[in-house]
Design a protein around this ligand. Structure first.
Ligand SMILES: Cc1cc2nc3c(=O)[nH]c(=O)nc-3n(C[C@H](O)[C@H](O)[C@H](O)COP(=O)(O)OP(=O)(O)OC[C@H]3O[C@@H](n4cnc5c(N)ncnc54)[C@H](O)[C@@H]3O)c2cc1C
Length: 404
């Protein structure tokens, strides 16, 4: 019997395995597919140190009207998609009011600021240095008002969290990113964030490191999890403890063990495009609700949030993002026949679930990292591993909050 089964081999599951292993535990990861091929594959590849505030739901009247009317590209929805998660969306909206958002930020900011320190030793040990750039990303501002808001945000993030940022006017931006071919008002260079050119490849490299250090990854369906004495069994694999790290699939499993976890599933899309002169850094163009990341496969255009049960074949957010990207860069044909899609696992209080599952001895939760799970996997993995070794854990992330 293994000591610990970790269910799911995304960024969160694999780094959980590594953190527990580093503390001397014998760990088996159970994955139904291939490590790092789901949500952790499809993201924008940012290991963020500047995202000190979790994503709140846009609540300004203008933004809400845009969303309701289906205009704008930040949040798209359809009726079945919204109805299937209406209660979680409502709670998310309430928590996005200033008091709730401030509360979440207190925890979130402390997590985010540890991200590169936690990834650094793993990247080195996994031999994955060639996948990482350590010189930040660029957030474009297309209007003077946007530039002014950026100045205020950068100052606040520096004063409250020590975040490094450089404000660039149009000329400085052109000097840093000569491939941009239109005039842009300016940009923020969030300089201590890191960028990964192959997010799935980084998870795969971490998974290989886990195996080299003596861990096992087995193919299996976590949906089969059941009790075996005081421990757990999935197919033929048994363990004294089990950690649920199934990203957006976690609530479905935990429902069977008496825990209802509210979750907003924010669908995102990406597609790669051929490009001769890519930008040097990822470019966030939030006015057009896209992030453009130079990746191994081409320029990855990643979209914002869509509340739909089923993916669309021609997502309007991607179509719009492609138009904006073509305005900025000289871009060729798409690399893939169809876009990739996945769902960000967002808990309405904007904090992940990390810790003991209530009323289920030896069952642990580690999921719900929303927009920043690629960044935060190794950070919260360390917190969970410490709690499993008898530490206190972080009360605000404890899954017992879903019972209250
Ligand atoms: C468009 C987009 C852009 C993003 N950009 C960023 C970014 O730049 N930076 C950032 O930090 N985050 C970003 N994110 C968020 C980030 O990708 C997620 O928070 C993170 O990948 C979640 O990781 P995870 O390990 O929890 O889930 P996953 O990566 O989905 O892993 C879950 C694993 O569980 C496995 N699994 C599921 N069901 C079963 C089962 N029954 N049995 C066995 N295995 C199972 C799956 O196969 C999968 O491997 C983005 C997300 C999207 C969609």
């Amino acid at each position: 019997m293994a000591e610990i089964l970790v269910l799911g081999a995304g960024m969160v599951g694999v780094t959980t395995g590594l953190a527990l292993q580093a503390r001397g535990h014998q760990v088996v990861i159970v994955e139904r597919g291939v490590p790092g091929r789901e949500t952790s594959y499809g993201n924008a590849g940012l290991i963020q140190t500047e995202a000190v505030e979790p994503y709140a739901m846009p609540l300004a009247p203008g933004a809400l009207i845009q969303i309701a009317l289906g205009r704008g590209y930040d949040v798209k929805w359809n009726v079945p998609g919204l109805l299937s998660q209406v209660s979680a969306v409502w709670t998310y909206a309430l928590n996005s009011l200033p008091a709730g958002h401030r509360r979440a930020t207190l925890t979130w900011g402390r997590l985010i600021r540890q991200s590169t320190d936690r990834h650094a030793p793993l990247i080195a040990a996994a031999g994955a240095d060639t996948l990482i750039r350590r010189d930040g990303y660029i957030e474009l501002h297309r209007t003077p008002a946007g530039m002014e808001r950026a100045r205020i945000t950068a100052r606040r993030f520096r004063d409250d969290f020590g975040v490094e940022a450089r404000l660039l006017d149009g000329r400085a931006l052109r000097a840093l990113e000569p491939a941009i071919r239109i005039e842009v008002e300016g940009a923020t260079h969030w300089s201590d964030t890191w960028a990964c050119s192959d997010p799935g490849g980084l998870v795969a490299a971490y998974a290989s490191l886990f195996e080299r250090r003596g861990g096992r990854i087995v193919n299996g369906d976590a949906g089969d999890l059941h009790r075996a004495g005081s421990g757990w069994r999935v197919d033929e694999t048994t363990g004294e403890h089990a950690v649920v790290a199934l990203g957006p699939w976690s609530p479905m499993l935990l429902q069977r063990f008496g825990l209802t976890v509210p979750m907003v599933f924010k669908r995102g899309y990406h597609r790669h495009y051929r490009i001769q002169r890519p930008p040097h850094h990822p470019i966030a163009d939030f006015d057009n609700s896209v992030v453009l990341s130079p990746m191994r496969r081409g320029l990855r255009i990643a979209t914002a949030a869509e509340l739909t049960r089923h993916p669309r074949l021609t997502p309007p957010q991607l179509k719009h993002g492609e138009k904006a990207a073509r305005e900025l860069f000289d871009i060729g044909a798409p690399v893939e026949a169809e876009p990739w899609t996945g769902r960000r696992p967002c808990i309405p209080d904007m904090l992940p679930a990390v810790g003991r599952v209530p009323d289920q001895p030896n069952l642990w939760a580690h999921f719900g990292h929303g927009h920043q799970g690629f960044t935060l996997g190794p950070v919260t993995a360390e917190i969970l591993a410490d709690e499993m070794d008898g530490g206190q854990g972080w009360a605000e992330m404890n899954p017992a909050r879903f019972k209250r």
